[in-house]
Write a protein that binds this ligand. Structure first.
Ligand code: SAH
Length: 353
């Protein structure tokens, strides 16, 4: 036991039970005091260490130097349908991230970011235009959830890691954040309520499979052939479509769980009837679901497929051996749809400063 305090542990959200036990011990307290802090942070979600009423006063005093939240709420936008809210948070180093809260009947979903910007340069995505700025810490990922839960009048039922960034290029922190969301003594969300979406970082898909991670896996396919996908998702060069499908199949066979394929429909790019039949062939032998996402425009060269094209595309998937869902984003008027999240100090100052 050491009496020196690890100052890296500040702020507190983001730390696991064992880290908090170590923190308590570093103050000469019993490890169970760390478990009490865990309870206050994640289950009761207090904003100040002074509210942690079952800790001895002397210990609470020592904890005063720690803050709770790694993120500061800067702004909130509500979509015209009132079903989607977008939040802007500031990190301690001044960078910004966005998260989205979506209401759909009894299903309350939050979409969390895992990076500021993104290194995967999908040509159609707003976040990609920012370039890669940094990985979020575990605390910066989990704190988005905690803030959103505090601002929501209903309990959050589902979490998707589909905000800014590529979760599998921040693998350890993304998984540790999911572990905290899932922890039965804390936030206690079922593992099947947490979905991690990747552009297809193949070694990480194998790692996720080998580690038997309990969370749902989604893969952004967005093309029906290798060359077509390569045009909008240059990462296909390194991680080929065939290899990606093999890794997805391996996941489903090892985990005995389906994978979700996401397919963003873009006008004249991947929305031809030929695409839907090729797509059907590509994924029919994999235990999967297909989530079709009509493209949310970001003012660039890509456009949303025309309604009749979307309908034809979906109709031709009617006999597919896998379930098909459509994600009509409800927050596009506040740029909260899939792939519309982007922050920069400049635009933020213009909008909110
Ligand atoms: N990097 C991860 C998670 C973030 S993107 C991934 O790519 O999976 C979440 C989903 O939104 C992905 O399926 C992506 O293909 C899709 N997307 C990106 N830009 C979009 C846009 N402008 N409109 C609709 N969907 C988009």
């Amino acid at each position: 036991m050491t009496s020196t305090v690890n100052t890296d542990i500040f702020p507190l959200i983001g730390h696991s039970i064992s880290e908090l036990e170590n923190l308590a011990e570093s103050f000469g307290e019993e490890p169970f005091r760390g478990r009490q802090i865990f309870d206050w942070l994640y289950r009761r979600q207090v904003d100040h260490t002074s509210d942690m009423m079952d800790l001895p006063e002397s210990f609470r005093k020592k904890l005063r130097r720690f803050t709770i939240h790694p993120l500061k709420t800067i702004n909130q936008d509500t979509s015209s349908s009132r079903q989607t809210k977008k939040f802007l948070f500031q990190l301690s180093d001044g960078e910004f991230v966005e998260s989205v809260l979506m209401y759909e009947a009894d299903r309350i979903t939050v979409c969390l970011s895992t990076q500021v910007g993104c290194a995967v340069d999908c040509d159609f995505c707003a976040t990609a235009k920012m370039g890669f700025i940094k990985n979020l810490t575990v605390g910066e990922i989990v704190d988005q959830y905690i803030h959103l839960q505090k601002m929501s009048d209903k309990k959050i039922t589902n979490v998707v890691f589909m905000g800014m960034g590529e979760p599998f290029l921040n693998y350890r922190n993304a998984i540790a954040a999911a572990d905290l969301l899932h922890h039965p003594k804390g936030i206690n969300l079922g593992a099947w309520r947490i979905t991690i979406s990747t552009t297809g970082i193949i070694p990480k898909i194998y790692q996720f499979t080998d580690e038997k991670q309990p969370y749902k896996l989604a893969i952004s396919l967005n093309g029906s052939t290798h060359n077509q996908r390569l045009k909008t998702m240059p990462i296909t060069q390194k991680h080929t479509l065939n290899d990606l499908l093999d890794s997805a199949k391996n996941y489903t066979m090892q985990s005995k769980k389906p994978v979700t394929f996401e397919y963003v429909l873009m006008d004249g790019i991947n929305d031809d009837p030929l695409d839907s039949s090729r797509l059907k062939n590509l994924i029919s032998s994999i235990q999967c679901k297909l989530n079709v996402i009509p493209y949310n425009e970001i003012g660039g060269k890509y456009k949303r497929s025309k309604d009749n094209k979307i309908e034809t595309f979906l109709r031709s998937l009617k006999d597919a051996p896998f379930p098909v869902t459509v994600r009509w984003s409800k927050g596009t008027n506040i740029d909260a749809g899939c792939g519309q999240l982007a922050t920069s100090t400049k635009t933020t100052n213009e909008k909110f400063g």
